[in-house]
Design a protein around this ligand. Structure first.
Ligand SMILES: [Zn+2]
Length: 384
């Protein structure tokens, strides 16, 4: 019998673990108890999990999920801090600027398909891309890292900064109390689960020197995502009437909320790709919001110099998310499940590390994980 091994790569943002899993059914449970030969498990022991011969189960990888750091360190794709920061197109900082979000941007003509990417990268550094089934077409920017932990963290922090340091009338600390009171009132009337419990100045700015660096909001991806509607509500109540830049900020937030709503209404298991009219709307929202972001950032760079509305490579990835939506629903490439898994893995590592030599931690953690999965799946009846 041929035993096939599956290598599973999981992203923990800074670490990559490789697990080897036999695809044959085991002869014993994870506690070491050998199955009785005539039991349900005993009769199936040693048979391949994925079938054999003509009945063999096959799968085609169609998306590889991860953040930009993982793409760089593990998949050996472009360095997002370099002059050619994107693996999905041939953008750069000179002739095809990645910050250009117009509909006639030069980089739009250089978006790779499988053939053009293979021609440009004949010797990929990561062995995964040696497979004929895996190419740059399997890479889809992760919506969570692109938006909720990317674009939103800078833009929402900048909106909070404007409210706390400029628009409300009291001192910044008191202003934050007012902002939180208004946010809580909004969350109370518009039932919102998992919102921020509190936001302080230090969560997005340097309190005693607020103009020292670009504000960036700290929080979980879920908290930051759920802030959008309440923040727009509070900003609209305090923005300067008739001031074009404030109107652009409000419109930009509204477009991002619309994009999140589209994804919430289109689960990946029902819509593997967004329906064409919806995908067109999604793409237009992406480019329109990026044009607004560029305009707002330009105002705070040239007209009223303040370190606000940082435009990072995540904004460029948002444009790719918009383009890709007609081929793959961004929810299928979202890393929320992976982040939850990472939380459990951190706990498993912590529990395995007490009183264990460093070189045995991985094995002990793996054993505990197998036991936990066995108990979880047996209790749920998934093996039956
Ligand atoms: Zn690109």
């Amino acid at each position: 019998m041929c035993i096939v091994y599956i290598y599973v790569f999981t992203c923990t943002c800074s670490h990559t673990h490789v697990y080897r899993i036999s695809t044959c059914r085991p002869h014993a449970d994870p506690f070491g108890n050998v199955y009785a030969p005539h039991s349900f498990e005993g009769r199936r022991a040693g048979t391949p999990l994925c079938g054999a011969g003509a009945k063999k189960f096959c799968a085609i990888p169609f998306v590889i999920r991860g953040d930009l750091d993982w793409y760089l360190k593990v998949l050996k794709l472009n360095n997002y801090n370099s002059n050619t920061p994107c693996a999905l197109c041939a953008c750069n900082t000179t002739t095809r600027p990645w910050r250009d979000f117009g509909r006639s941007s030069a980089w739009l003509d250089s978006v790779h398909d499988t053939l053009s990417w293979r021609a440009a990268n004949p010797h990929p550094a990561c062995g995964l891309f040696l497979s004929p089934l895996i190419s740059i077409a399997c890479i889809n920017p992760d919506w969570m890292h692109t938006m909720h932990l990317g674009v939103y963290t800078y833009a929402f922090a900048s909106v909070l900064w404007l409210l706390a340091y400029e628009l409300l009338e009291e001192d910044p600390a008191r202003n934050m109390v007012t902002i939180m009171r208004e946010l809580r009132a909004y969350w109370k009337t518009h039932a919102t689960l998992g919102h921020f419990q509190g936001i302080t100045l230090s969560m997005f700015s340097v309190e005693n020197d607020p103009e020292r660096k670009q504000p960036q909001l700290k929080g979980t991806s879920g908290e930051i995502k759920r802030l959008s509607k309440g923040l727009l509500h509070v900003f609209k109540a305090h923005k300067r009437r008739g001031f074009a830049t404030h109107a652009e900020i409000g419109l930009m937030l509204k477009k991002w909320i619309q994009m999140d709503d589209i994804l919430d209404e289109h689960p990946g298991h029902i819509f593997p790709k967004l329906p064409r009219p919806v995908a067109d709307t999604f793409e237009n929202l992406a480019f329109d919001s990026l044009a607004l972001l560029t305009s707002v950032a330009g105002h705070y760079m040239r007209v009223d110099p303040k370190p606000l509305f940082n435009v990072t490579i995540k904004a460029h990835m948002l444009a790719h998310c918009g383009i890709h939506a007609r081929f793959l629903n961004p929810r299928l490439a979202i890393c929320y499940g992976g982040e939850d898994y990472m939380k459990h893995m951190k706990r498993a590592v912590f529990m395995a590390s007490r009183g264990t030599k460093a070189n045995n931690i991985c094995k002990k953690m793996g054993d505990k994980l197998v036991l936990a999965m066995h108990c979880e799946m047996s209790a749920g009846g998934h093996f039956r």
